[in-house]
Design a protein around this ligand. Structure first.
Ligand SMILES: [Zn+2]
Length: 419
């Protein structure tokens, strides 16, 4: 099998930070100023649109910001780093680009940019290299006009980051999120070549079923965290609206939510790394093709976080020179025998296992689908070689996550079972 080219991948590394009470006030100011600039600029563009004027360009917005900062109503914008305010304008540009891209059909449909609120669950400010932020010799994060913030470094950064985003989440926790680029030369030795192709069926009975017959469920600690979250949500709904108890319950829900997200991300990371390490080509059935998006199962698809998992597989494949394929399903994989290739008609969903009428092979519904995906991938790879998209892969929002130093589950705990 041909080896793909290793690619520079942007990764996001998140670390918990602990600002002092004074730094929290400065950060609140920065969040507020970033939000005001975003909303003001959105208003400028929307007013222009309502008046039938041309789209206000980013350059014009930058000039507008310089002028606005000198007005008495907005003079307090000078109390925060100007880079933070400029980055807020960049965020607005990104929101518009995503919106227009959706309209043109170049990316998934997105709503028009919306005004931000102080009640938004996630608040963030971004510092680029020219903001003059740095990591001090003492391991603190030095932020302009905020100070030296204590960081819990839970793992090593693979290279020097150029940008840091400081985030406050719904549970009131602060994070520093760095974007770093991987080093293909260092990655080269990390994952030796193999000649395995793995097909993955993202099923509903299991998180994933592999073409080698393994069925992978979400790990127990994740299921436990999910149960706790549901309990916290039920408890919150019982509390009177606008009450102190409801506020307390809301924070509990936000914390439980954070733990579920962390646990899920950790599970996705371990599984995707294992699959990429063991296989030269990884194929998944295209979820859109799977036709689940508009069904009653959509929520469960969303909960399982498959799209986040598939995105991880994709960037890790690019990083380590593996082939990644989305297989479009032209005919339902359950109709074709993965052993002899005979198509013997549709089977209702409750049929989990059957014997092929032609060759007699006993087929498990999910494994059969995964093997068919792997076969299609094998054909695609031999037809065109293991091509990996050569361009730079941007960091996923909320990627990488904080890895706690605590328990690292074993494969069994991570839900990986061998039949
Ligand atoms: Zn057969």
């Amino acid at each position: 099998m041909t080896a793909g080219r290793l690619t520079v991948v942007q990764l996001r590394y998140n670390f918990r930070v602990y600002p002092s009470p004074g730094q929290r006030i400065s950060l609140a100011k920065a969040f507020g100023c970033a939000r005001v600039v975003f909303n003001d600029a959105l208003r400028v563009r929307e007013d222009a649109r309502a008046a039938g004027l041309p789209f206000v360009t980013s350059g014009e917005l930058s000039k507008w910001l310089t002028v606005v900062k000198r007005t008495p109503e907005r003079v307090w914008l000078g109390e925060v780093s100007s880079v933070v305010l400029q980055q807020s304008l960049r965020d607005l540009d990104t929101a518009y680009r995503n919106f227009f891209g959706g309209l043109k059909g170049k990316r998934p449909m997105m709503g028009a940019p919306r005004f931000k609120s102080r009640r938004d669950s996630r608040q963030a400010v971004r510092f680029t290299a020219n903001a003059g932020w740095r990591i001090t010799d003492g391991g603190k994060l030095r932020l302009p006009k905020i100070g030296d913030v204590r960081v819990k470094w839970s793992r090593q950064l693979p290279s020097v980051p150029s940008t840091v985003t400081v985030v406050k989440d719904a549970a009131g926790r602060y994070f520093a999120s760095f974007v770093v680029e991987t080093d293909p030369a260092a990655d080269l030795g990390r994952m030796p070549e193999t000649d395995t192709v793995v097909g993955i069926d993202l099923g509903l009975t299991h998180f994933a079923v592999l073409s080698d017959g393994r069925k992978i469920d979400s790990p127990r600690f994740l299921r436990r965290a999910e149960k706790k979250l549901k309990r916290a949500q039920r408890a919150m709904s019982r509390k009177a609206k606008e009450s102190k108890n409801r506020d307390k319950a809301r924070i509990k829900v936000a914390r439980a939510h954070g733990r579920v997200a962390d646990a899920r991300r950790g599970f996705h990371h371990r599984l995707s790394t294992e699959l990429i390490r063991d296989s030269q080509a990884v194929a998944v059935e295209d979820l859109a093709v799977k036709g689940l998006a508009r069904t009653r199962m959509a929520k469960s698809v969303h909960d399982a976080g498959w799209s986040a998992f598939v995105a991880m597989l994709e960037y890790k494949a690019a990083r380590y020179g593996r082939a990644f394929l989305r297989i479009g399903r032209f005919e339902p994989t359950s109709q074709v025998c993965s052993n002899c290739g005979v198509k013997d008609g549709p089977k209702p969903l409750h049929v989990r296992e059957w014997a092929c009428g032609a060759c007699g092979a006993v087929l498990d519904r999910d494994v059969n689908a995964a093997v068919n995906v792997a076969k299609a991938a094998g054909l695609a790879v031999s037809a065109c070689g293991a091509q990996v998209r050569p361009e730079r892969v941007p960091a996923q929002r909320g990627e990488a996550g904080t890895h706690s130093k605590g328990r690292r589950p074993t494969a069994a705990q991570a839900g990986i079972s061998v039949p």
